[in-house]
Design a protein around this ligand. Structure first.
Ligand code: ZN
Length: 133
């Protein structure tokens, strides 16, 4: 795996980013396992494990996982997966923990509560107001 820690970018402590990355991978695996059991289907443990993230900088590796799933996701589930995948990509490119809208650092407490968070609180508020279903 490439080390992204040496990149000069506005980003959080790489060791902290690594913690969140692991948290995201666990969350993703747990979500997939939960969805599979909800549908009475099965995903092999290998499918749902973090093995698929040996090359997080290669987006195709993640797309393959989705293609392998033997069930379809509803909109909310796939939005949740998308959010996790997008957050994992940000850990790979060194922009994790920075609000995707305004660029401020997202407080670590907020990330701990929801590691897939892409926006600071005020941008999230704005986003939810303008994208209410
Ligand atoms: Zn923001």
């Amino acid at each position: 795996m490439h080390l992204t820690v040496l990149r000069k970018k506005h980003s959080m402590d790489p060791r902290l980013a690594e913690v969140f990355k692991n948290q995201l991978q666990e969350q993703r695996a747990a979500l997939l396992a939960q969805l599979a059991s909800l549908r009475g289907g099965t995903i092999g443990r290998a499918e749902a494990s973090a093995d698929h993230f040996q090359h997080p900088e290669d987006p195709r590796a993640q797309v393959d996982v989705e293609r392998d799933l033997e069930f379809t996701l509803d909109a909310r589930e796939s939005a949740e997966l998308d959010a996790i995948d997008a957050a994992l990509k940000r850990t790979a490119d060194g922009t994790y923990g920075v609000c995707i809208d305004c660029g401020v650092d997202i407080p670590a407490a907020r990330l701990h509560a929801a590691p897939e968070t892409a926006r600071c609180l005020s941008c999230q508020d704005k986003f939810e107001h303008t994208h209410r279903a």
